[in-house]
Design a protein around this ligand. Structure first.
Ligand SMILES: Cc1ncc(COP(=O)(O)O)c(C=O)c1O
Length: 457
């Protein structure tokens, strides 16, 4: 049985008619949807301070009109199919229909989300949680979460993490926004960003108020000599697996980057978004472990579990972390304590590690399937960044039209990401192909279609 909102003006008379109109309008407008069980007549009459007979009569009238259904013992509920489609008022559906093969990069396999483990952990958390812990949590994240994340990051990412340095965030984008706000307050005004890099956070980078400068990436990662030529004091980079090139920041560059940060009294924002997924290369620890005083580390569950969680973790130098925590408290009073506790439980019980092992195997198979199919269908394409992550980068043959190729692929049902929108400065043509969310057989089909699309442009 659902609560419903229906108003009746008792002074205006014709009460049955008013109630019938109010309910009918609510059903037609879609406010009261098909299947909704209405309150018993006695209850609704009491709420509206009407006699019960008026409600009974109104319900009977609507049953007669077909808007309601009723059965003795089961109550009265709304019949389906009476919502009137709004032409002008309802926003149009996006014109872009879902492609048959979506190779948009950065998407994990959402079908692999560990639903059963998550539900079991939530049940466990809720059955043990004192009532008092359902209040507002620490805006920086509940202590249990910060402890589990710190120990996980020390173990798996060689981070220099302690619970007091961890700040819970709603994904890395949120941590980035908080960190930039805190850095702006301290007078930082120029932000360097890897070129190319993800376009999704560009809006929030620009909203920081800092000037954005693209700095090139080569086969050894961010070109620090170019960074030194700028007046940036903050840099946003992905040392473990640069997006979209997949390059690992070389050891000499890591040392150079940290030296740069020390020299300019600067901060490195480390995007460690998919470091869990490496297949045939040595693990590389995070940069934060080498320079905890200079690095704001950003980790996320968006690739390892699902973006829908909006769950992430920052590890910050103490002053910066304290300010981020305060800013978080001032902006939204903190995140979901329950989600943080569920995540802590999954890590502590080993379920998160088990999940990562499962999806890593799956992604590796998909990566191999895509590489095999591309080698067969498009041997002229140079494929880069294959050793880790959820995507590969294609260097297209010189003179290729990446936008036309992406459009031709889209027309054949395959969505891919052209490299151009990820660049600051113009550069050679390329495509980024995500493989994690697509089954191996379908990747082979997608590659065949890409081969046909390439033959057309
Ligand atoms: C390079 C990169 N880092 C991080 C993220 C994840 O952002 P969030 O953790 O806010 O979901 C994305 C999302 O697309 C991304 O492309």
């Amino acid at each position: 049985m659902a609560e419903i909102l229906v108003a009746v003006d008792r002074a205006a008379g014709r009460l049955v008619e008013q109630l019938v109109t109010g309910l009918r309008d609510g059903i037609r407008a879609g406010r009261i949807t098909g299947g909704t069980v209405l309150p018993p007549s006695r209850q609704l009459a009491a709420e509206l301070r009407l006699s019960r007979g008026i409600v009974v009569e109104a319900y009977q009238q609507l049953v007669a009109e077909g808007y309601l259904l009723s059965r003795a013992g089961a109550g009265t509920w709304v019949a389906s199919g009476h919502t009137v489609e709004h032409s002008a008022a309802t926003p149009a559906e996006p014109a872009d229909s879902e492609p048959e093969f979506d190779l948009t990069p950065g998407r994990p396999d959402l079908a692999a989300f560990p639903r059963a483990a998550w539900v079991a952990a939530l049940r466990r958390v809720l059955s043990n949680l004192p009532h008092a812990d359902l209040g507002y949590g620490d805006p920086g994240g509940v202590l249990r979460f910060r402890k589990e994340i710190a120990s996980y990051l020390r173990r798996v990412r060689a981070a220099d993490a302690t619970p007091d340095r961890v700040v819970a965030i709603n994904g890395s984008a949120h941590g980035l926004a908080l960190g930039l706000q805190a850095l702006y307050e301290r007078g930082h005004r120029v932000l360097a960003v890897e070129d190319p890099s993800a376009d999704r956070p560009r809006g929030l980078l620009a909203a920081s108020g800092m000037k954005l400068i693209g700095v090139p990436v080569d086969d050894a990662g961010l070109v620090v000599s170019e960074l030194r030529r700028t007046d940036a004091t903050v840099v946003f980079a992905g040392p473990a697996h640069q997006y979209p090139t997949g390059v690992v920041l070389a050891p000499s560059r890591r040392a150079e980057l940290i030296a740069w940060a020390r020299a300019v009294d600067g901060t490195i924002l480390e995007d460690d978004y998919d470091a869990e997924f490496r297949y045939d290369r040595e693990p590389v620890g995070c940069l934060q472990g080498m320079a905890p005083d200079r690095v704001l580390y950003l980790g996320t569950a968006s690739k390892s579990l699902a973006p829908a969680l909006r769950l992430g973790w920052a590890v910050a130098p103490p002053d910066l972390g304290a300010r981020m925590r305060d800013l978080r408290g001032d902006s939204d009073l903190g995140g979901s304590v329950l989600d943080h506790l569920v995540m802590s439980h999954l890590i502590a019980q080993g379920a998160y590690d088990r999940h990562l092992r499962t999806v890593r195997r799956r992604y590796r198979q998909r990566r191999d399937a895509l590489l095999g199919a591309l080698a067969q269908e498009l041997p002229q394409w140079r494929v880069r960044g294959v050793a880790a992550g959820l995507h590969v980068l294609i260097d297209l043959p010189p003179g290729s039209e990446e936008t036309a190729l992406a459009a031709a692929a889209q027309a054949r049902g395959v969505r891919v990401q052209p490299l151009g929108p990820l660049r600051f400065a113009p550069g050679p043509p390329g495509l980024v192909l995500g493989y994690a969310a697509v089954a191996p057989g379908r990747l082979a089909q997608a590659a065949r279609r890409l081969g046909k699309a390439a033959g057309e442009v």
